[in-house]
Design a protein around this ligand. Structure first.
Ligand code: SF4
Ligand code: SF4
Length: 243
């Protein structure tokens, strides 16, 4: 799982006194300033394509394509496009499940609890205990883990979807270029999609895959939002090319 890179298993013995409290605008290592992509599930394609570029990078460790929302531009260290100083996340409840769950995740294959040690909200001093009375505390479960569980369920649906895309050879690679710097992306080739045989097309329609593919393709209109954000942060005019 791409989004679990750099994270570690929560250890119920070693981490017995570990607490968590988000530091929000006082955070010294804000996740929203560090995120440039977030892994998403299948159902999220529809809601998040309104805000972000959605694409399907290859996870070489696990040998499959995954769903990603491009929330920032790594070359410019912009952080997330929807982060506003002094305000926080502009998306409120529409933000990705990844963001709602962070810095806690549930492993899709083992259901074990994962935490991101890079988050400065963990300490043994401040905040809510993560584990008490032999289970995850109610506060941490309600605020974070419920979203981690939703994300896992949706990632499993995404796996089926990207397998369908790969099995039918529908993905091609391309680039988004902003201010002379490029990001490699994988997108659906619409010509190949239209050439699918009748049975495969019916399967794609019935499973909601066609709607998802067009939400993904339409998400490329959000490249200009990213370019404007980069221009705002770096100064100067926006300069973007989509290939
Ligand atoms: S979740 Fe962690 S990294 Fe993100 S703002 Fe809160 S304390 Fe900072
Ligand atoms: S969508 Fe919101 S919570 Fe997620 S990275 Fe962007 S600003 Fe942060």
């Amino acid at each position: 799982m791409e989004h679990l890179k750099g994270m570690r298993l929560f250890d119920t013995i070693k981490d017995a006194s570990l607490k968590f409290q988000c530091m929000y605008k006082d955070c010294t290592n804000s996740c929203c300033k560090n995120f440039h992509t977030v892994e998403i599930g299948f159902d999220e394609i529809f809601s998040l394509s309104r805000y972000f570029v959605i694409h399907f990078p290859y996870d070489s460790v696990n040998g499959r394509f995954i769903g990603n929302a491009l929330v920032g531009f790594v070359e410019s260290k912009t952080g997330c496009v929807f982060l506003r100083d002094g305000v926080g996340c502009m998306l409120g409840d529409d933000r990705p499940l990844f963001c709602k769950s962070y810095p806690f995740f549930v492993h899709p294959d083992t259901s074990r609890l994962i935490i991101d040690p890079a988050c400065p909200g963990f300490s043994e001093v401040e905040g809510a205990l993560i584990y008490e009375s032999n289970s995850i505390s109610e506060e941490i479960r309600r605020k974070y883990i419920v979203y981690g569980i939703q994300l896992v369920e949706d990632i499993l649906k995404m796996r089926e979807f990207t397998k369908f895309l790969a099995d039918n050879d529908l993905l091609v690679s391309g680039n988004i270029e902003i201010r002379g710097k490029s990001v490699q992306i994988n997108l659906v080739n619409e010509s190949k999609l239209l050439d699918l045989d009748k049975n495969t097309m019916e399967e794609a329609i019935n499973k909601g895959y066609i709607k998802a593919i067009y939400a993904h393709l339409n998400s490329f209109k959000n490249v200009d939002k990213l370019a404007r954000r980069v221009a705002d942060m770096e100064g100067g005019d926006e300069d973007l090319v989509v290939l």
